[in-house]
Design a binder for this molecule. Sequence first.
Ligand code: HEM
Length: 531
Amino acid sequence: ATIHDQTLSRGNGGELHQFAQGDTPVLTTAQGGPVADDQNTLKVGARGPALIEDFHFREKMFHFDHERIPERVVHARGYGAHGYFETYESLAKYTRADLFQRPGEKTPAFVRFSTVAGSKGSFDLARDVRGFAVKIYTQEGNWDLVGNNIPVFFIQDAIKFPDVIHAVKPEPDRGFPQAQSAHDNFWDFISLTPESMHMIMWVMSDRAIPRSFRFMEGFGVHTFRLLNAKDESTFVKFIWKPKLGLQSVVWNEAVKINGADPDFHRRDLWEAIQSGNFPEWELCVQLFDQKFADSFDFDLLDPTKLIPEEIIKPVPVGRLVLDRMPDNFFAETEQVAFMTQNVPPGIDFSNDPLLQGRNFSYLDTQLKRLGSPNFTHIPINAPKCPFAHFQQDGHMAMRNPVGRTNYQPNSRGEGPRPDPARGFRSFAEEIDAPKVRLRPESFADHYSQARQFFNSQTGPEQKHIAMALTFELSKVEDVVIRERMVAHLLNIDEALGATVADKLGIEKLPKPADAAVTPRDDLPASPALSI
Ligand code: HEM
């Protein structure tokens, strides 16, 4: 007989019970009370009624009733893994961030990959942007590089984020569709938002249907600053390059995979890591100074633009290895809270208006999602370095200040104190400007880089873009929206616009959309900074 058989026996009603035997732990309530029967409620007589006195039933049901937390407002579907970041060589010349000082040093990390638009139960092969969120547990606090697999974004200002997400998520009346098929709301918004054209080219490309998480790049998107010990600033863009290279599926495959195995990307990561086939990415940086920023054709604060790699070559500065799956999906992958505001001393923000808004949004949303200002007490979110502060109480507080003193200054010499030398210091940028709600002129060219991306694609890849646009726009009922999109495409590539129009049965080509700035292809060359 198996162990299983030995512990099974029949209860009074013939139902099967599993009882503790040998080393099997005794089932308890959450309060630790041993349980005698977990299959029958306490009743008056075998046929009831049930008694409210049954605390075991009430506790079991109460806890089950509260198992769900809100899914993320975006990037709801995701999959995470543990690993480490290893620094290649010292970046002390550019940053005082502790994790970049000592070659060969490994720092623990947790990564969550995600899709943006679908709900938690959606399928993996949706045509969508993939989130690539990395939490590195440095000796100076957690650094969260909350990126995507696409180097640019739909919008230039965070105030538009609720609009773009409302437009892409299921429509309020009908509650569908998800990211798999196009719909009027999304394309209506996009066709009225020329700044999204560069991102749209990437989203319609094969980049948006990766073969697996292991074959994707990751981008910090925004321009950040590195600050060295002397507080000298260097601008930086962060890029993760997969050791396995880039691979995508084609749309036909994506549709079939979604039907056959909606968890395809999850399973791929799980199986790779469990079989010791650890995926790896190199962290590359594009470094540049104010002089380059001033000479570049685009504004480095504009998140709809990238710096072409031909102009500033990304330099590898370390590697990320994922070598362990979480023990518990909910505790770790679901409860992990990434926040762009989490940067260690030596890494600072730029004034990118999308980044500045994100710095508010992530902290704000974690309170709603995780339900308590103490979400850093959850192990996956806790720093792995010494920490000390005077924050106390609140839901689920686990680590109140110890002793009598919970404030500063205090005359007892107790408790932690700020340290101007080691603490976070913002770059002391001089700004002299009126307080306004204005978009800078330097953010106005919406087509040049969209065209540059389209031109960088091979023939088959360009065809995929045309097919994706045709497929998506064919789902749009409103002809005006279709035509408005074609008018934008004509600004990006005439043949692309004409092909899509033809496939959509638009007989008379619309006039190209008004381009605020004359599109241009020529981009300046400038040497990369050396490490
Ligand atoms: C979630 C990336 C723009 C708000 C995420 C996640 C990623 C990401 C990767 C998933 C994090 C996880 O795995 O838990 C990006 C990138 C952006 C961008 C690369 C642009 C460059 C924005 C903007 C806002 C925003 C502009 C709002 C102003 C959020 C929120 C979540 C989220 C509220 C849910 C966080 C949570 O509940 O844990 N984003 N995002 N994002 N993002 Fe963004």
